[in-house]
Design a protein. Sequence first.
Length: 169
Amino acid sequence: MKYSMKKESVSTSFIALVGLLFLLTGCASKQQPISVASEQASAQHLPTTVSSPAVQSSPPMERESSTILVELTDSGFSPALITIKAGQTVKFENNGATKRWPASDVHPVHASYPGSGIQKCKSAAPGSIFDACHGLDAGETFTFTFNERGAWHYHDHLDPGSKGTIVVE
Ligand SMILES: [Cu+2]
C-alpha cells in the first residue's frame, strides 16, 4: 500500500513537471517569433532614421548660405546694410502692410547697378535687373542675384526716402 502511494505521488509530480515543461516551451515558442519580428522591425527602421537626417540636413544649409533675406517692413529695409559674396541671391520679402518697390538707385531712373534701368522694366524678365518693376504686395517677394562687385545703393521706388545698401565682395 505504501509503495503504491509513493508511486502515485511520483507519477503526479512527473505529470506536473511535464506540464510545467510544456508551459515553458509553449511560452518560449510564443516569445521567439515576437522577438525576431521586433528585431527585424528595428533593423528596418535603423537605416532610414540614420540616413534621412543626413540627407535632409545638407540642402537647407546650402540654401541659407546662397540666399540672403531682406525684409521690407513698414519702417524700411531690414537689414538696411548687408554684405554678400558675388553670385549670391538676395530675397526681398514684403512683410509690411503697404506696397514696396525695391530698386537700384538712382531714383527715378534706377540705372546705378550695371544693366538695370526702370525703362527696361517693360521688356526685362523678372529678376534679370535690380528692380522689382512693380510694388510688391504684402507677402510678395522679389529675388535678385548680384554678380557685380561694389556697394549698391537702392531704395523703395514708392517711398524714395527709404534706402538700403548691398555690398558685394
Ligand atoms: Cu525709384
